[in-house]
Design a protein around this ligand. Sequence first.
Ligand SMILES: NC(=O)c1ccc[n+]([C@@H]2O[C@H](COP(=O)([O-])OP(=O)(O)OC[C@H]3O[C@@H](n4cnc5c(N)ncnc54)[C@H](O)[C@@H]3O)[C@@H](O)[C@H]2O)c1
Length: 328
Amino acid sequence: MVRTTIVLTRADVAGQIDIREVIPAIERCLADHEKGEDLLPPKYIIDMPGGIGISACMAGYTKAANMLTMKLGQERKANVDQSLPTIMGTLQLYDPETGELLMIVESVLATMYRTAAAAAVAAKHLARQNSEVLAVIGAGQLGRQCVRAVASVRPFRRIDLFDIRQPQAEQVARDLAAELCVPIRVATAEEACREADVICTATNSTEPIVMNRWVRPGTHLSCMGADLHSKIECEMTLLPRCRIFADKMEQCVERGEVSQAIEKKILGRDCYAGNLGQVITGQVPGRTSEDQVTLFDGIGLGVQDTTVAKSIYEQATAKGLGTTIAFC
Ligand SMILES: NC(=O)c1ccc[n+]([C@@H]2O[C@H](COP(=O)([O-])OP(=O)(O)OC[C@H]3O[C@@H](n4cnc5c(N)ncnc54)[C@H](O)[C@@H]3O)[C@@H](O)[C@H]2O)c1
């Protein structure tokens, strides 16, 4: 008999899915990806007529997790005028052997979970063990999840949060301080960066926010917001000070945080020490001294969607979440 499909809304994920369970799954995914057995077809983008937005299709298959996903996303910038979200989508999880559709889940929050989990895995492997202060730059959808995920990998005594929309930062600080049992201070970018041991960037900025002179020796940066060549969050002069890692070097060189510095020849295309997965498997050393500045450039892999979908499916099945549909 064909298995039924679980349908999960964003509220189901927000209320019931534990991001801390996603972090070890993403860690295994990045390590397994280094075996070269995943299938990642190129992202397919449909430019909608009249420049109203894009439709994006992404697929990922991981042999290690033995799962297949397809993600369909819609971006319509003008939706703000109708008080609608500008990004919406669904993530579908399939059994690769039989083709059965196991789950359909709202994809925007799931994407934030897997991205924040990657930032946390990078901090776990690259930040100094004695890190005490976390700075998160950006308090939007991704910034909120980065606070929750990165805070779980070190016993931080304080979190500083900066966003150009200060009320947004204040809201996130109020929402999360009790959940995390760590004081969250709304700060300027300079205050946040100068006192941080770990900096996580999660904005959609096209201008640098993190200035070189504010970053102390020994800091780790997880740079997650810049997933297109046009976006940037760190001053370019900071980058030559850093030992830099990617989620996948071939893609980050074109579209990641350091891609503009490569174009301006401040860095070479060989500026990466390796992929984060190679650090996890021990193939490449991570941090090599206490005063080194490390930087993770992560723009996201389709197999991270597959991994977060599998983690959500397992948690949803165990807790009996969502609506179940028999499609055939
Ligand atoms: N690396 C990945 O895999 C991945 C995955 C998902 C999203 N993203 C990217 O992450 C970024 C954030 O996504 P989101 O969904 O959270 O967007 P969002 O619109 O919810 O939040 C962005 C936040 O950044 C703030 N911001 C913008 N410019 C700033 C600046 N100069 N200084 C301080 N704050 C600033 C905004 O005020 C806003 O609160 C986007 O660029 C998105 O494309 C990356």
